[in-house]
Design a protein around this ligand. Structure first.
Ligand code: NAP
Length: 514
């Protein structure tokens, strides 16, 4: 069994006291133990601020980009090992590529952005010069400078690789050191990646620290120069947002929380049509990729009432073909959930949905999977006939291979139901009817961070409803946390202070290149 140590103040440290045992998602066997007890979080933050921050702030944006490129290169050398390790939390080969390759690809994206789009400077200009005087000798200009604290990054269990790298890359490029805290159930992969990065020597001292285990009193040491970037459930997000030290010091917080993402099938789309086939494949893929453990997964499938029986029949047929089991076995399409708690929580969630919706495909209690010790569940599809009166189907996120069909009567009702999710990361609209699409897009957009406006032309080339691209915003309003990650240069601003400089225009211009 591996001991997952933390990397603190330039040393690997083993936690004291009782450790928690992590189990292999496929076999249930113990694989690692983890504890952060005894870590001095105040010292870790100081180390980042005093060693990592100054080292990064000395570099220009392209120099920081070069560090990211080297990091991507080092991780790529270990890609096979990392993909294989992803099996430990239930990933199939396809799931592992999303997490491991997707994370390294995000590092490479920011490396390229820093090299090609950012100046040979340490300050980022924002917008034009504002003339403020008659003679033109006194002007104003906004700039961004890196914050001088530590970017504390708390991640969810479903993306131990991508989740770390999609936060680390913009923070490092902006000039802030990171303190990474992976979720406990899948911390093994993150631990191994940090081990590889530290051993390679490509990361400057103090720029990357790792907490294996819980964060204990870390928040009480935060100042106004630190940042917390959190991904996880809405309830944990709320605890972090309202932590007294975070409130008192107005610590910048970005929350990426859960969401009841929807896909909307237009009334014009008939079963058997190419658009319908694309819609159906998207639903099945979103329910089964990573066993539905994706924050962007489709949870609510909005369909015209008159098409309900056709949609149920078609989806049942496709879901029946999904083989669940050991992801290393040929022909297996979906692996297990991450652990026993995740499985129990998914089953409890389905029970809540059943108060308002009936199961039309799958059995959440099925246990005859191989190997016996794994945390398996087959895809479960429900159907809600009275969604306007329902609440649970719009509020309970079942983090597993589970979705609910929601019948709507007319476009306005479809929009109203979509918005009942209270703010989501992503939504999809499938229709060839331009009027319907225009109404639905305007109706859904204020409640979403990203919208897929799909037809038969775009669908074959689509990257997929649930796949987050580094070029585009990831985040969403309300329930989704109100945060914004990724999306190019703007994602660096989260780690920087916007300052209005005022003075002599030539002097301000010179300052931009210091
Ligand atoms: P979680 O239980 O909320 O945990 C998320 C992270 O917060 C973990 O690292 C966890 O550490 C830590 N944590 C728990 N309690 C904390 C506290 N009081 N203070 C500080 N940190 C704390 O979520 P999860 O079960 O790992 O992940 C599943 C959830 O994440 C789902 O709801 C999913 O929708 C959401 N998610 C959202 C996104 C997004 O981008 N919006 C992406 C992926 C997942 P421990 O594991 O050590 O407890």
């Amino acid at each position: 069994m591996v001991t997952l140590e933390s990397y603190a103040c330039g040393e690997w440290r083993r936690g004291r006291g009782n450790s928690r045992v992590l189990r292999h998602a496929v076999t249930g066997e113990p694989i690692a133990e983890i504890s952060s007890e005894g870590l001095d979080f105040g010292a870790m933050l100081r180390w980042g601020r005093e060693r990592g921050g100054p080292a990064l702030r000395k570099m220009t944006f392209p120099e920081r980009a070069a560090v990211l490129k080297k990091m991507a290169g080092v991780l790529n050398e270990h890609i096979e090992e990392l993909r294989e390790m992803a099996t430990s939390y239930g990933a199939t080969a396809k799931d592992a590529r999303l997490d491991v390759d997707g994370g390294i690809g995000t590092l490479a994206f920011y490396a390229s952005l820093g090299a090609k789009q950012l100046p040979e400077a340490r300050i980022l200009a924002d917008g034009d010069v504002s003339p403020l005087s008659k003679e033109g000798n006194f002007v104003g200009r906004h700039v961004y400078v890196p914050l001088e604290g530590v970017a504390v990054q708390i991640n969810a269990y479903n993306f131990p690789s991508w989740g770390m790298l999609e936060k680390l890359a913009p923070a490092l490029l902006a000039g802030m050191p990171s303190l990474v805290k992976p979720a406990t159930p899948s911390a093994w992969l993150t631990f191994r990646m940090v081990q590889i990065l530290i051993a390679s020597g490509v990361v400057p001292e103090g720029v990357l620290q790792l907490v294996s285990g819980s964060v204990s009193d870390l928040f009480s040491h935060l100042t106004c120069q630190d940042v917390v970037s959190f991904t996880g459930s809405a309830s944990t997000g709320e605890k972090i947002r309202t932590h007294p030290a975070i409130v008192r010091n107005a610590v910048r917080v970005n929350i990426e929380a859960d969401s009841l993402n929807c896909i909307l099938l237009g009334p014009d789309v008939a079963p058997g049509s190419p658009t319908f086939e694309h819609f159906k494949n998207e639903v099945v893929s979103e329910m089964t990729v990573k066993a539905g453990q994706k924050c962007t997964a489709i949870r609510r499938v909005l369909i015209p009432e008159e098409r309900a029986q056709d949609v149920i029949r078609e989806l049942r047929q496709s879901l029946a073909a999904i083989r669940v089991g050991d992801p290393r076995t040929e022909g297996v399409i979906m692996g297990p959930l991450v652990d026993e708690d995740a499985l129990a929580s998914a089953r409890q969630g389905i029970e809540k949905l059943e108060a308002e919706a009936a199961i039309v495909s799958g059995d959440p209690g099925r246990k005859d999977f191989e190997p016996k010790g794994g945390f398996f569940m087959e895809p479960v599809l429900l159907h809600c006939r009275d969604p306007k009166r329902a609440t649970a189907i719009h509020e309970v996120e079942v983090f597993g291979p589970v979705a609910t069909l929601v019948s709507y009567r007319g476009p306005e009702e479809a929009i109203e139901l979509a918005r009942k999710g209270g703010g989501s990361l992503v939504g999809s609209i499938y229709s060839e009817d331009e009027d319907f699409v225009a109404r639905a897009t305007l109706g859904l957009a204020p409640y979403h961070g990203r919208l897929m406006v799909m037809n038969a032309k775009s669908a074959p080339e689509s990257t997929g409803h649930g796949v987050v691209m580094p070029h585009l915003v990831h985040g969403g309003p309300g329930r989704a946390g109100g945060g914004e990650e990724l999306g190019g240069v703007r994602s660096l601003h989260h780690y920087m202070q916007r300052v209005a400089l005022q003075g002599d225009p030539e002097r301000l211009e010179r300052l931009l290149s210091t």
